[in-house]
Structures are given as structure tokens and as C-alpha cells.
Design a protein around this ligand. Structure first.
Ligand code: PMP
Ligand code: GLN
Length: 380
């Protein structure tokens, strides 16, 4: 039998590779983005409660109604957007599935999708497996700012989608109001869709406001926005997220969703619906993670790893050029195997392996872990 791979250039994701290397060498794992502290106890209790009460069969295809209603209230309060919980919200198996489903629902062979690199690693293969062509627009250290006029030059008659991500993994930058207005202007009068990956919506610091596409009515009509409860409530292993889009886009999204997953984890959805009734559960997150960011930076004082900037997410980029001129992949591997702290090489987020001698460290860790890591990193 002859097999021709649909994704010939795709290997194993960098997050799996680096976490495996960290485990193999007993290194402190600041590579893959996940917290090493527990998900809130009350939320776990609610999941157990609903499991024990027998909420263990298929949930409705778009998700549990109560959870969709809570989410509609949440986006109304946060972003002033009126979303119909019946037709404009679908609960997904994490943001990864929401992203894949959104791309699959709209990208046809020959379509182009513009993505902003460094880009989260699932976007490109999701476009390619659907026969689309990823068109990268590259940002560089230290600022990683989008020049919308430059990005606009990549738009052609085949452009079907632009993918944005704010707060941005891995750079920790955020899009500002002027960015959103520039995107709105760029796409006005076109058939271009915007996929807005907002999984870190609540991880935003120094009093900044998250610029969700939901705040921009003229832009919103062409958007699909994706979110992750795993990122919000410290349970990345539960794999529950959601997608928001106008009804005409969501109808197409659901045509794919019902056949690539149909529905997701029922007791977790009921538990999340109850848990979200108290907005403090997510409104307290900026302060919680900002404290971790600042604690981490403090422990890194005196290190030859030079911090760039982190306006959002739970990642911090560091320039290592004062320590080594080796490629970032080798440096990250050597950090893990020789020093005992695992990192992600930022070149993994570029389709051409471009590198600026920068690594990504995740600070969603206990202070004890951050302190231990800081001690090692200061010695490098
Ligand atoms: N988008 C970005 C930018 C991410 O960092 C991640 C990783 N969590 C995801 C999407 C996927 O989220 P989930 O774990 O909910 O699938
Ligand atoms: N989003 C996480 C990160 O950037 C990892 C998700 C994954 O392992 N696929 O580290």
C-alpha cells in the first residue's frame, strides 16, 4: 500500500517533545503551557456532583444550554456584545477543536489564510489538511508589533481568513484598540473571515483591557472567536472550550462540529455553568497571574537571560544571546538536559524556523517552582 501523507512536513508538536524531554531528565518544566497548581476545588466538586447525579450521557450537540446562557451573559458584561446562546455559541473540546472546526468549516483547497507568526502551532496544519495555503506574516523580537499596512499587502483574491491571537502566545503581546480598528478597516467590504483566538482573554496585566473582536460590531460579523476553560480555570486536561460566532457562521461551524466531536464532556459543562455564576472566578485572574509574572521576573533578576515583555498570557520570552549563539532548539534542549529547566524555542512558532535567539518560559507555576527555576536560570 502506498501512503502519501497529507501533512508531510509535520512532526510531533514542540510541546509534547519538550515536556517528554523534561520528564526524561527530571527537569523543571517551564516549557508546555499548563499550570502546576490545582484547578479550583469547588469546580472539581461540582464536576463530581454532576457525575454522581447521573449527568453522564451525551450533552446537546451545541453544548449544555445553561452553560451557553452563562457565556452569553459573560460576553455581554465584559464586551457589550449581545450573543444568542442558542445559535451563536458552541461548546468544544478545548480551543484546539474550535480552531480546527472553524478552519475546516470555511477553508477550501486553494484558499489562503493569513497567520501572524510566531503563531500557535495548530493553525498551519489545520489549514493545510483542508487544502488551504497558510500565508505567514512574520513579527520579530523585541516588539512583535503588527504593521497592518504591511500585512494588508498579503491579501489576495484568494484570502479567505486572517487568524489573530490576543493575548498572544508565545510573545505575551496584546492587540490594542487601534489594531482592531485597522483589522476592521482592512477586511471591510471583503469576504475575509477572522478567526480570533482569545484563549488568554483573562490573562492580561497592568490594567490593560482585552480587545476582544466582540467589542467591534462591524468586525464581529466576519469573526469566529475561540476560548478555553482549560486556560481560564487551570484544568488544561479537561479539554473544554467554546466558539462564538454570528448565527450564519455558527451554522456552518456546527455542520462540522457535529461530525468531528458531536458534543463534549457533560458533567464538566454543568459544573462550569454553576461555577461561572460568580464573575469573580474569572475577574480575579489578571491579579493572580500578574503576581506570578512579577514574582518570576524578580527571581530572574541577575540572570543573563534578558526578559522581553509580557502584557498578557502566562508566557515570558527571554533573549539568551548573552549566554550562547547556538540555535534556539539546541539551546532549549541543552537548558533541559544540562541545567534542568525546560523551555520552548520560539523558532517552533515560525513556518521557516526563523529565530531571534529567544526562548519561552511558562510562569503558571507555584512560587516554589518559580523560585527553584529562577535559582538555576540565574546561574546560567
Ligand atoms: N490557542 C492558543 C494560543 C493556545 O496557547 C492554546 C493552548 N492551550 C490553545 C489555543 C488550545 O487550547 P485548548 O487547550 O483549550 O485546546
Ligand atoms: N498551549 C500550550 C502551549 O502553548 C500547549 C498546548 C499543547 O500542548 N498542545 O504551551
Amino acid at each position: 500500500m502506498q501512503l502519501t501523507s497529507k501533512l508531510p512536513h509535520v512532526g510531533t508538536t514542540i510541546f509534547t517533545v519538550m515536556s517528554a524531554l523534561a520528564n526524561e531528565h527530571g527537569a523543571i518544566n517551564l516549557s508546555q503551557g499548563f499550570p502546576n497548581f490545582p484547578s479550583p476545588e469547588r469546580l472539581s466538586e461540582l464536576v463530581c456532583h454532576y457525575m454522581k447525579k447521573g449527568y453522564n450521557q451525551y450533552a446537546p450537540m451545541p453544548g449544555v444550554a445553561g452553560l451557553r446562557e452563562r457565556l452569553a451573559e459573560k460576553v455581554e458584561q465584559l464586551y457589550g456584545a449581545t450573543i444568542n446562546p442558542d445559535t451563536e455559541i458552541t461548546i468544544t473540546a478545548g480551543a484546539t477543536q474550535a480552531i480546527f472546526t472553524a478552519i475546516t468549516a470555511f477553508i477550501r483547497p486553494g484558499d489562503e489564510a493569513i497567520l501572524i507568526e510566531p503563531a500557535y502551532d495548530s493553525y498551519k496544519p489545520s489549514i493545510e489538511v483542508n487544502g488551504g495555503t497558510p500565508v505567514p506574516y512574520q513579527l520579530h523580537a523585541p516588539d512583535y508589533r503588527v504593521d497592518w499596512a504591511e500585512l494588508g499587502q498579503l491579501v489576495t483574491s484568494r484570502t479567505r481568513m486572517i487568524i489573530i491571537n490576543t493575548p498572544h502566545n508565545p510573545t505575551g503581546t496584546i492587540l490594542k484598540a487601534e489594531d482592531m480598528l485597522a483589522l476592521e478597516k482592512l477586511t471591510a467590504g471583503t469576504d475575509i473571515l477572522v478567526l480570533s483566538d482569545e484563549v488568554y482573554e483573562h490573562l492580561i496585566y497592568d490594567g490593560q483591557e482585552h480587545q476582544s473582536v466582540l467589542r467591534y460590531p462591524a468586525l464581529w460579523e466576519r469573526c469566529l472567536a475561540t476560548f478555553s476553560f482549560g486556560k481560564t480555570f487551570h484544568n488544561t486536561g479537561w479539554k473544554v472550550g467554546y466558539c462564538l460566532a454570528s448565527a450564519h457562521l455558527m451554522a456552518e461551524f456546527r455542520k462540522v462540529h457535529q461530525f468531528n466531536v458531536f458534543t463534549v464532556n457533560t458533567p464538566v459543562q454543568y459544573a462550569l455553568a454553576d461555577y461561572l455564576a460568580d464573575p469573580e472566578t474569572y475577574l480575579s485572574l489578571p491579579a493572580f497571574f500578574q503576581q506570578k509574572r512579577d514574582f518570576f521576573l524578580e527571581t530572574m533578576k541577575g540572570s543573563r537571560l534578558r526578559p522581553l515583555r509580557c502584557e498578557g498570557t502566562y508566557f515570558y520570552l527571554f533573549d539568551y544571546s548573552a549566554i550562547s549563539d547556538e540555535p534556539d532548539m539546541e539551546f532549549a534542549k541543552r537548558m533541559t538536559t544540562e541545567w534542568g529547566v525546560a523551555a520552548i524555542p520560539v523558532s517552533a512558532f515560525y513556518s521557516n524556523g526563523c529565530e531571534d535567539k529567544v526562548i519561552r518560559l511558562c510562569f503558571a507555576k507555584t512560587e516554589e517552582t518559580l523560585e527553584r527555576a529562577g535559582k538555576v536560570l540565574r546561574g546560567m
